[in-house]
Design a protein around this ligand. Structure first.
Ligand code: NAG
Length: 165
């Protein structure tokens, strides 16, 4: 999953060495948030429907890898690669819900909501008193993270996470 357009803007041909920074969870989540926003804005699914098979392969990646998250970079790439970074788990959950809405496949919406439930209501991604999200789980209860990946959930009204989150 490509991270950016590359170094030859305005030609979106990637990087000369074909190596973008690897951020698989972050970019898979974005892959569904952006078209979901597009469908909302344009009001039809003509464009997105032609890519459903491809989209679904990436969504399945989030189903399989959105909880036990391998060590990897995130958009906040001043941070080192981290395993089980809470904000990435949020991105995965929101991405699943975005795909569920865009495709009409309720299975993915339900998995996204289940992930949100695990990370917020059940507290895997929060401190003990559930007053804030932690940087990493499950062994870093004293850390903090601004969960900015909740923003597209609110912006698009996907309601993956409850308002309390
Ligand atoms: C990541 O979280 C999952 C679920 O809690 C856990 O099974 C796994 O051991 C964690 N991985 C690391 C590297 O802490």
């Amino acid at each position: 999953m490509i991270h950016d357009l590359g170094t030859r803007y305005p030609n979106a041909i990637g990087h000369d060495n074909q190596e973008a920074e690897p951020m698989p969870i972050e970019e898979c989540g974005n892959l569904f948030i952006l078209p979901a926003a597009y469908v909302r804005a344009i009001g039809d699914t003509d464009w997105t429907s032609q890519y459903m098979d491809v989209f679904q392969k990436y969504t399945n990646y989030l189903v399989d890898n959105g909880i036990d998250i391998a060590n990897q970079l995130l958009s906040n790439d001043a941070a080192e690669p981290l395993a089980n970074e809470t904000n990435l788990a949020i991105k995965a959950a929101v991405g699943l819900k975005a795909f569920g809405e865009m495709s009409g496949y309720g299975f993915y919406s339900r998995v996204g909501e289940q992930h949100a439930n695990i990370f917020f209501q059940e507290g895997l991604g929060t401190n003990k008193d559930q007053t804030h999200f932690v940087l990493e789980y499950p062994d870093w209860p004293d850390t903090w993270k601004t969960p900015y990946n909740l923003f597209p959930d609110v912006l698009l009204g996907l309601d993956t996470f409850t308002d309390a989150a």
